[in-house]
Design a protein around this ligand. Structure first.
Ligand code: HPA
Length: 287
């Protein structure tokens, strides 16, 4: 076989693979009286759960009732999937996610995105709370993710090769340039300041040491957090278009005044929730 040809896919069954995702998708569709294919799937990060209240005609399904989903355990994550409309467009919203620092394997962290794909979702909008490294950032800034560094030392595709997957997915442009341009346009129209930068996903749950922050700084990282990368990798492996937004809830360790605290992350997330919701709602309106 030449180096450039695509090897034939021999699916390796996984509890978080295509068959499980289809079963979850069937169960979700079965709960929705008038199912419409979603234009986007939206994952809400810590403190950003307010968008859930904007979903019109929402059918709310607790994570525990989605086959294959464990329960979300982190404060600030409601742990429910909502099907409904945002700005009149059909969407599926994940209020909560499965973090690897909770002990979940990487394929499970990416599993909800497989379910979104099985539901026919072409676009993934992911959000997170992150610590800012770039010196011009301030807590409360919203950052559109331009690129990422996977510092989790795990990959959601490891050990699995599912029908529809590419074995060696290209990651030279994980974040869709057209969606980035559109969200920048929305930000301009609504006078919302939007910065752009590189997100680094690390395992957590500890925040970083000062030496780690110096290292990330040298690696060209603008913001650091404990999620998002597994979801984006799965989405790209399945050919979904991705937009990522980080809420800079604090300056990274050693760059701000105070010690880091999850309460601050949630508070700042809630402070900027309105702007975040406008960005996502108006983006979805145009999809
Ligand atoms: N580091 C890692 N994850 C985070 C941070 C941080 O400073 N803030 C919010 N999530």
């Amino acid at each position: 076989m030449s180096a450039t040809s695509t090897p034939a896919i021999t699916p390796v069954p996984s509890p978080y693979g295509t068959a499980a995702a289809r079963a979850a998708a069937d169960a979700i569709r079965g709960r929705v009286p008038r199912w419409e294919p979603p234009v986007a799937g939206i994952v809400l990060g810590s403190g950003l759960g307010g968008l859930a209240s904007e979903i019109e005609g929402a059918v709310r399904i607790p994570f525990a009732e989605v086959p294959g989903f464990p329960q979300a355990t982190v404060a600030g994550h409601a742990g429910a999937l909502l099907v409904g409309r945002l700005a009149g467009r059909p969407v599926v919203l994940l209020a909560g996610r499965f973090h690897m620092y909770e002990g979940h394997p990487a394929p499970l962290a990416g599993f909800p995105v497989r379910v979104l794909h099985a539901l026919g979702t072409p676009v993934l909008v992911v959000s997170n709370a992150a610590g800012g490294l770039r010196r011009t950032f301030r807590p409360g800034d919203l950052m559109v993710i331009d690129d990422h560094v996977n510092f989790m030392f795990r990959n959601p595709l490891e050990g699995t090769l599912e029908e529809g997957d590419v074995r060696f997915p290209d990651m030279s442009a994980p974040y869709d340039r057209d969606l980035i341009a559109r969200v920048r346009e929305v930000a301009r129209e609504h006078a919302i300041a939007l910065v752009e930068g590189v997100y680094c996903g690390e395992l957590g749950p500890t925040y970083e040491t000062l030496a780690e922050i110096r290292m990330f700084d040298r690696l060209g990282v603008d913001a650091v957090g404990m999620s998002t990368v597994p979801e984006v990798v799965v989405a790209r492996a399945m050919g979904m278009r991705v937009l990522g937004i980080s809420c800079i809830t604090n300056m990274a360790a050693g760059l701000g005044a105070a010690k880091l605290d999850h309460r601050e992350v949630l508070e700042v997330g809630q402070m900027v929730a309105g702007k975040f919701q406008t960005l996502v709602r108006e983006l979805v309106r145009g999809l």
